[in-house]
Design a protein around this ligand. Structure first.
Ligand code: AHG
Ligand code: MN
Ligand code: MN
Length: 337
């Protein structure tokens, strides 16, 4: 058996890198630690799906975006919000599963300098069939005055203001991958002792990928430029690496994680049903764009850089294209005509 690489734990890494952050006071480190704890709790519950009846399936309610909530959506949402509220590090949190942002009642939370945006369970419709799911988070410094309750303006900041972003992937092994804006690092969970270890230091997405990830069932509803790009991906060419491989799990976290490690492009274009795309700018696109750019890739909405979009509402959706530089450049040629 190969040796397990148990050298640096996530806890140690957070502390060692605290000073890389310009305003380091230890609060961001504590905040990352509370996310780590919530991830462990959610991981334990997800691993039981299938054994415990009352954690699988739908709740019978819809979130504000009209999507059916799964029991684990609601559970993960509560675990992350409770873990963050208890530590008084953030003054508010906005979640895909909540109608509006949550501004904590206890006054002590008003002293928090940060706000968090979170997709507590991404790909939740995959839970019942034992496919990898994830959690996506995004951290900003508040713009409202410290000592007062969080305000909408704290949450509607452009993605280029993020101080940290990351995801948890509950997969064949559970990982936390995050950035504080100076590269991307991945940590794998050792369930036997309950510790995350640095397993993927300084992740760089290959500049040339060969995987395209898209729900191709929506092909008839894509714009001609996207349809033509997809035809290009499948062309049999003697002189280059096409046809590319098609890989689509349907959990954004898993699809992006694979493409980050292997190289590729992820797309969720506008469709007839979702004229602004399906993915949410604040909970999904901004954090993933921040991570992908920090890994050397690119992310845009087909025109504008995702991180430069000024959000106007919490649950805003945008078309999303992200991945390896060469594949993003090829896509751009089709979009620009
Ligand atoms: P969520 O489970 O948080 O609502 O997100 C689902 C998203 C994303 O994970 C995935 O890439 C996409 O929806 C899949 O959508 P389609 O089923 O339309 O392909
Ligand atoms: Mn999601
Ligand atoms: Mn979700």
């Amino acid at each position: 058996m190969a040796q397990i690489n148990r050298v640096v734990t996530l806890g140690e890494f957070i502390i060692q890198n605290q000073n890389a952050f310009p305003y380091a006071t230890g609060e961001l480190s504590a905040l990352l630690s509370s996310l780590r704890l919530a991830a462990k709790v959610v991981n334990a519950e997800i691993n039981k799906a299938g054994l415990v009846d009352d954690i699988m399936g739908k709740v019978g309610t819809e979130n504000v975006q009209g999507e059916e909530q799964q029991k684990l959506d609601v559970y993960a949402n509560k675990i992350f919000i409770d873990a963050l509220e208890a530590r008084h590090l953030v003054c508010g949190i906005a979640s895909e599963e909540e109608d509006s942002y949550v501004s904590f009642e206890k006054e002590v939370n008003n002293n928090g300098k940060y706000i968090i945006l979170i997709d507590p369970l991404d790909g939740s419709s995959n839970i019942d069939v034992n496919v990898s799911v994830g959690t996506i988070f995004s951290i900003y410094r508040r713009v409202s005055k410290v000592g007062t309750p969080a305000e909408m303006q704290d949450f509607l900041q452009a993605g280029n203001q993020q101080v940290a972003a990351g995801y948890v992937i509950y997969g064949s092994s559970t990982m936390i991958v995050y950035t504080i804006g100076d590269g991307v690092n991945g940590f794998t969970f050792d369930p036997t002792i309950g510790v995350f270890y640095l397993s993927h230091p300084d992740i760089k997405i290959p500049a040339q990928g060969s995987i395209y990830s898209v729900n191709e069932g929506n092909y008839p509803y894509f714009k001609p430029a996207i349809q033509n790009y997809l035809k290009f991906c499948k062309e049999d060419t003697p002189n280059d690496i096409r046809p590319y491989s098609s890989r689509y799990i349907g959990s954004m976290v898993s699809d992006i994680h694979r493409n980050m490690l292997k190289g590729g492009i992820y797309m969720y274009p506008a469709t007839k049903k979702n004229p602004n795309g399906k993915l949410r700018l604040l909970y999904e696109c901004n954090p993933m764009a921040f991570i992908i750019e920090n890994a050397g890739g690119q992310a845009n909405d087909g025109d504008e850089r995702i991180l430069d979009i000024q959000p106007t509402k919490l649950h805003q959706r945008v078309p999303f294209y992200a991945g390896s530089l060469d594949m993003m450049a090829e896509l751009k040629e089709f979009i620009n005509g």
